[in-house]
Structure formats: structure tokens, C-alpha cells
Design a protein around this ligand. Sequence first.
Ligand SMILES: [Zn+2]
Length: 330
Amino acid sequence: MGQDLEKFKQRLSLLDYLQQLNWVARPVGHGHEFVGLCPLHQETRPSFYVNARKNLFYCHGCGQGGDLLRFVQLFRHLSFRQSLACLEQQSAPPTDPADVLEQATAFYQQQLDRYPEALHYLKQRGLHDPALIKELRIGYAAGGSLRRHLAAQGYSCDLLQRLGLLNSQSCDTFYRRVIFPCCQNGRVINLYGRSIAAAFAHRFLPGSKGGLYAWEPVQQCPEVILVEGLFDYVVLRQAGFRHVTCSLGTHLNACQFQQLCDHPRTIYLTFDGDANGSGQQASQQLAHRLRAQGIVTRRVLLPDGHDPNSFFVQGGDAAQFQALLEAAQP
Ligand SMILES: [Zn+2]
């Protein structure tokens, strides 16, 4: 038993387990160690360390530490035996949700070029740079073909339904949608489907939308532009602004807010420009909350009725947007 247990523990990665819980971490030192907020106690400064090579954790805040089994015991309030059973059950199916979402992303990506209406839609929304489309792994769900593709790879209908990729009638959920994968720590954790027909709402799969979109490349930047929509994000990136991130809506979840506050920086809040609209209201409230955490904020005022996307689509250029950044008010 003892030997089997050791093997079992070696086979399961603590870091993978934490990432499935959407634990946000940054590497420290030479790449085997990661630090993030402790999932076992409330804190605002990360003190939870994971050594991926040793498969161990230690929290300097609450003093807890150990291996994956110990973590499951503490996190799920289970006995040693219950934790073991829980992990055995979890490790039984060969598929982890992130792998399935990865497969779905790759499939949708391949489909994009085959549907002129999808490319036309992207162009209409101001996105035409093939390199950026590839970098962001944007794809297209025509509808009706994902199920067959994933079933052929051995994924069960039940699993695909649980992830929300299939609906209760076992049909593809995403239908005529441009797909943006949302990634965290290099893994796909959700998919955003943007309907190319105006009649249908935009939607995520069930489950967390995770942290800020494309946060990892900008988290060290002293100045960050925050936008609310993915098409705002893409036009800014395409215009050459690299220090951009997106909150996927005007309401930030706790993880996204924490990311913005994790070290001193200036945030350029670039929500929709409508003076009486929800965008500006949300922007004001967020600025207030961020300032309370010691973060410098600037509100970028776009011409009335504009969001960053429409600003660029209707002929605005990088120099003009730069001028708006420079004129941004505290
Ligand atoms: Zn702790």
C-alpha cells in the first residue's frame, strides 16, 4: 500500500490540481516554484508556494503545507481516506476538462478559414491581422460538427455536456459563433462564443471565465490599458498597443480585481464612452475601488457613443488613441 500510495501521489500533479481550481500563480526562481493566493485562507498578498518538482506546497500565511493529498484534505475538509478516494475517482477518466477545451479550441481554429462569413465578421469588427488571429487562437463554430469530431477522439457525450460544449439534446452548443479561448497558466479554461448573427446573445461555457484575458504577458507592465470587450482588445493589439488586457464585461470578478492590484501600476480604464451609460458608471466605481488599493487609475474618455472598437473601426488610429491616453484624467 505504502509503495502504491507513493506512486499514486507522484502521478498526480499538485500544480495541475490547483490550476483546475483556477489558482492563479506566477513563477518564482528557476521555474519549479510558483506563488499565488492561498486557497486555504483569506489573503490579499500571495504567500502560497508550490514546488512543482517536489509536488509540495507551503503557505507562509496560515502555515499549512504538504502534498496533494494533504491539500485535498484541507481544501475539501475530508479525511485522509476520503481524499484518497476523491483523487482516485478524479484521476480515473483519462480526460481533464482543460484537454477537452484544448481539443475544441484547435478544432474551431481549423474551421475558421473554411467559413468566409466568419472572416467577414472579423473584418467587419476591425480584425484583419492573420498573425494576431493565430496568436489569440480565434476560431469558428459553424455548429453541428464539434460533437462528431470529439466523439471520434473518444470523449463521452456526458463529459461534453458537463462542460457545456453540448446542450441537453446532445447538440453543439456553439452555433455560428466566433470562438475566443480564455487561457490561464497556459491552459484553456473557458470559451467565449461571439454570435456573428445579431439575434443571439454572446456567451461563455458554464464555469469560471477565469482571470483577465491575456493577463500573463502584461502583468509586469507598469501601465496597463483595461478594456471591457474582446473586440476592443483586438483592435488595440492590432494598432500596436501591447499592454492591454480585457475584463470580459464591466463587472470584474474577485480574481480579476486581485490581478490588477497585485503590484503597483497605472491602469487606463477604457470602457464604453457613452456618458450616461453603464460603461462609464462601472469605470468610475472600479477606479474608486482600485484607488483604495493604492493603484493609480486614469479614465480614458472616448468620443461620445464610442467604445475602443468602434473608435478604430470608424477610422481612429494609434496616434489618436495615444493622444486620448495622454489626456486621460485621474
Ligand atoms: Zn494559507
